[in-house]
Design a binder for this molecule. Structure first.
Ligand code: SAH
Ligand code: SF4
Length: 369
């Protein structure tokens, strides 16, 4: 391995994937190979503009250099295993990774502004881990536990693979797929830098939203990163009692610890925070919770996205009636909180992340005698 700067990067099958590297690291790398610095620009152009599938297709690189790269680096591609949904609706993509793991992404067509972006944006919801270790009681992603972190290239590749499949440019990214993004912090930041870079996929930081279940120390760490991305907090309960019932992480970082980390975050950033709040019938949809939620939102000048719960096969939870959802919303608005109620577009295809993978894994298990 000739390049010292890249040795920290996550390795796969003993080899680092070329698509996990930043431009500056590639520049160092080409120098170590005795090549001129502009070769690094040529490589990223092949990767993110022309989007070739192998080193050998990088035809303006010397043949011997291509062979050296192929020997030292992995160049993986993630395969789409299943697609659900039709064009103009929410579509779900199930990917099979090179080790056989399954992850999913959801492509959401133009919809009303949810995370501060314009309404005419094509949004993709991407995964950062295989499974999830945080075990929120309502969520399909945590049901089968945690397997592993995604590498930076596996995170970025979801965008590239979906764009290739649908022949459309994606212009808004939400990290709300499977897994807890802030538990895979270093790979997440690496991936975001590639997604955001003009030499990478070139998506503006304001069009990138990271969602977290509330890892307070990592929220502070993210606040210190010089990226102007958006942050969404999965609150789902406005008191420790209610939140603790459905989100085990609340035992490690209770509401006050989480909100204090959010105070720090907004002191360092220009963007407003968003609270995600799933409405689950009889669990967190009381008027008292709405009043407390409005109080927390006011403290942080945060917006609130209310999301009617998507039922998960095998879990007992359901969404409140439309009336109850509207009452909850009006309590927030009466108190001056900017709030939206998401009328789920993908309800009928199980849009809540983690579900397609779960269903596919169950089908596969059932098929094996
Ligand atoms: N782990 C991160 C990001 C992935 S989950 C987090 O928890 O924020 C993305 C969002 O989907 C979270 O707000 C999560 O609570 C929500 N979610 C999970 N299961 C859901 C379901 N069945 N219906 C609606 N939203 C769900
Ligand atoms: Fe993990 Fe987020 Fe699902 Fe909780 S809601 S289990 S943190 S993916």
């Amino acid at each position: 391995m000739p390049c010292s700067a890249v040795t920290l990067c996550v390795k796969k099958n003993g080899k680092i994937d070329i698509k996990s590297l930043q431009l500056a690291e590639l520049e160092e790398l080409v120098r170590d190979f005795g090549q001129p610095q502009y070769r690094a620009r040529q490589i990223v152009e092949w990767l993110y503009q022309k989007r070739v599938g192998a080193f050998d297709e990088m035809t303006d690189l010397p043949r011997e250099f291509r062979a050296q790269l192929a020997e030292q680096f992995a160049f993986s591609k993630i395969d789409i295993a299943r697609v659900l949904g039709a064009p103009d609706t929410t579509r779900k993509f199930l990917f099979r990774l090179s080790d056989g793991s399954l992850i999913e992404s959801v492509l959401i067509p133009a919809s009303p502004a949810l995370y501060g972006s314009r309404s005419d944006r094509r949004t993709i919801c991407i995964s950062t881990q295989v499974g999830c270790a945080y075990g929120c009681k309502f969520c399909a992603s945590g049901l089968e536990g945690f397997s592993r972190n995604l590498t930076p290239n596996e995170i970025v590749e979801q965008i590239i693979a979906v764009e290739r499949e649908v022949c459309e440019k994606i212009d808004n990214i939400v990290f709300m797929g499977m897994g807890e993004p802030l538990a895979n912090f270093d790979n997440l930041i690496r991936a975001i830098r590639i997604i955001n870079a003009p030499w990478g996929t070139g998506i503006g930081a304001r069009h990138i939203t990271v969602s977290t279940s509330g890892l307070a120390p990592q929220i502070r760490k993210l606040a210190d990163e010089p990226l102007q991305i958006r942050l969404a907090i999965s609150l789902h309960g406005a008191s420790d009692e209610v939140r603790g019932q459905i989100m085990p992480i609340n035992r490690r970082y209770n509401l006050e610890t989480l909100l204090a980390a959010c105070d720090y975050y907004i002191s360092r950033k220009k963007q407003r925070l968003t609270f995600e709040y799933i409405l689950i019938a009889g669990v967190n949809d009381s008027e008292e919770q709405a009043r407390l939620l409005a109080k927390h939102a006011r403290r942080l000048s945060a917006k609130v996205n209310l999301i009617p719960y998507n039922t998960v096969h095998g879990l007992p939870w359901s969404r409140p009636s439309q009336d109850r959802q509207e009452t909850f919303l009006s309590i927030l608005r009466e108190r001056g909180t900017a709030a939206t109620l998401r009328r789920e577009k993908g309800h009928d295809i199980d849009a809540a992340c983690g579900q397609l993978r779960l269903q596919t894994e169950r089908e596969l298990k059932a098929a094996i005698p």
